[in-house]
Design a protein. Structure first.
Length: 158
């Protein structure tokens, strides 16, 4: 039952849930975005590999799914978490390698150059510097027999 509820929540997030307006400034457009990334993945147990992911950051809630491919194994995970836009996300997930905790950050090239961590508003997401995302993540599986993963990736903000 818990697994089905988790999958339904993730599907709702990724299919277009929008943030609730009405908080202090009433302008949350810069705090949500959808990011697709391709990443280099390093695992304590499986070595180096490749990962692709889709992640949605919606004000304080985020979620996504990811496929990692190593020489010996493929890992698929779904995540749901809390954070501040894409800047810092704490996600809890489950997949075919067990349940895990993930710390993720999605930062655009422009954010790195200017030093602020809000996504550009949708109307301003026209240049590659606005949409090019660098993604950093660390995963720790809750079962000690499963790997810890580090990832560095590049992607696009939609």
């Amino acid at each position: 039952m818990k697994k089905h509820l988790f999958v339904l929540t993730m599907a709702g997030l990724l299919l277009g849930v929008r943030p609730a307006y009405g908080f202090v400034t009433m302008d949350f457009e810069q705090w949500y975005g959808y990011v697709g990334t391709a990443s280099y993945a390093s695992s304590e147990q499986y070595g180096n590999g490749f990962a692709v992911s889709a992640n949605a950051a919606l004000v304080l809630v985020n979620g996504g799914f990811e496929h990692k491919s190593f020489n010996e194994k493929s890992i698929n995970n779904f995540y749901l978490g809390l954070g501040v836009g894409g800047a810092l996300q704490l996600q809890f997930g489950m997949g075919n390698a067990g349940s895990l905790i993930k710390l993720r950050s999605d930062v655009s090239a422009k954010q790195l150059m200017k030093g602020y961590f809000e996504f550009p508003e949708r109307a301003q997401r026209k240049t590659l510097a606005d949409r090019l995302i660098f993604s950093f993540s660390y995963e720790r599986y809750l079962d000690d027999n499963n790997p810890t993963n580090f990832q560095i990736g590049i992607g696009l903000l939609f």
